[in-house]
Design a protein around this ligand. Structure first.
Ligand SMILES: Nc1ncnc2c1ncn2[C@@H]1O[C@H](COP(=O)(O)OP(=O)(O)O)[C@@H](O)[C@H]1O
Ligand SMILES: [Mg+2]
Length: 248
């Protein structure tokens, strides 16, 4: 469903992606791990066509992000942004139904609202949350609203950028489990980027480790603890000793 071949992207002399190869089959949940600033978000934005690689190929269901109708291309994706990224000035239901109220997915307001309430229920929020504003909600509730928005249009492909950032370990566990349930239930293809190992174990079918601009290792989540890869071993143990330099 998603294929990156020899993708390169630099900003000036900062060579962020240096030949990324990655393949995510339909219906699979891939989690990309790697330290801060290794290019995880750039890789994700490249797939969405929000960042243009310097070279290489990215295909989504056999199509290039840069060819064809942009609106139709983006309509296939759901996205949970890092930090939630809700619209402060819109009530919760309009955040969730945002894409159902404009563009090619546009529906009547009552129908969009009914879908929003249903998706809020799916992520464990009561209907009365629909008319509140994001600032009135806790961090965990905001994350749930972001998740409801990501699934509102029933996308085939869902992206999660650091889904547990800013949450305590217990709320992180709740959100991870909810993501896993929803991805399985929808049969969606999922790409998650995170540095949180609890998310990896909860969400992934397969894991890929990005370091020094390339995918150092990829394999099933069950192989993570016996990957035989020194980068993966160091990352999951959180050790300062190993091939990954802790430059701070
Ligand atoms: N628009 C941009 N212009 C210049 N540099 C950028 C831009 N976006 C990201 N970068 C740089 O690319 C690198 C990777 O960023 P990012 O993909 O956000 O990392 P992360 O793995 O933490 O998600 C960082 O060094 C960052 O500073
Ligand atoms: Mg990032």
């Amino acid at each position: 469903m998603i294929r990156l071949e020899n993708v390169h992207k630099a900003f000036g002399d900062n060579r962020v992606l240096r030949g990324v190869n990655l393949h995510i089959p339909k219906g699979e949940s891939m989690v990309i791990i790697g330290g801060s600033g290794t290019g995880k978000s750039i890789a994700l934005k490249s797939v969405l066509g929000l960042v243009t690689p310097d070279s290489g190929t990215i295909l989504v269901d056999g199509k290039d992000a840069r060819s064809g109708d942009k609106d139709a291309f983006l309509a296939r994706f759901g996205m949970l942004f890092q930090g939630g990224a809700l619209f402060d000035s819109l009530p919760v239901w309009q955040n969730v139904a945002f894409r159902l109220m404009r563009g090619s997915l546009k529906r009547p307001a009552e129908e969009a609202r009914a879908i929003a309430v249903e998706k809020l229920r799916r992520v464990g929020l009561k209907p009365d949350v629909a008319d509140r504003f994001p600032a009135e909600l806790s961090g965990g509730m905001q994350k749930r609203v972001g998740l409801a928005r990501a699934i509102a249009a029933e996308p085939e492909i869902i992206f999660f950028d650091e889904p547990t950032t800013g949450l305590d370990p217990i709320m992180s566990g709740v959100i991870n489990d909810l993501i896993r349930e929803i991805v399985v239930e929808m049969g969606a293809t999922a790409m998650t980027i995170t540095h949180d190992m609890s998310s990896v174990r909860a969400i992934a079918d397969k894991v890929a480790m990005l370091h020094d601009g390339v995918i150092q290792w990829t394999g099933p989540v069950a192989d993570l603890d016996n990957s035989g890869d020194p980068y993966v071993a160091q990352f999951i143990s959180g050790s300062a000793d190993g091939p990954i330099e802790a430059v701070r």
